[in-house]
Ligand binder design. Sequence first.
Ligand code: FES
Length: 144
Amino acid sequence: MSFNNLDQLYRSVIMDHYKNPRNKGVIEDGALTIDMNNPTCGDRIRLTLDIQDDVVRDAKFDGEGCSISMSSASMMTEAIKGKTIAEALKMSDEFSKMMLGEDYEIDEDAGDIEALSGVAKFPARIKCATLAWKALERGTKEEN
Ligand code: FES
């Protein structure tokens, strides 16, 4: 696949997550709740996680934001479900490396998160793409 076609494909994956967000909503019943915002634009996300025995059983997000932040949250909640906290945090590290344009390793079971790799070329949007991951990090690091 040529670079341009891949770019197009990633673009349509991003828009699909934005228009049809996966795991949108809030988990009730004592789920771990993390509120995070991007101070530069005011966009915000609420991430709720159901963690049992160190495994992310369920993940949902709610909030308002640009297409990058919301699609990233949608992709992330899909990717981390069923993962241990350590696996989810490792994925977050690899995602950060991808944003910085460094070498990264993302497994196939991480769903669509690689579709955001192009954001590395737009430094001003990196905070959009990492908003949900920062919420995950904050919540799970407090948890441990
Ligand atoms: Fe606010 Fe993207 S412009 S998170």
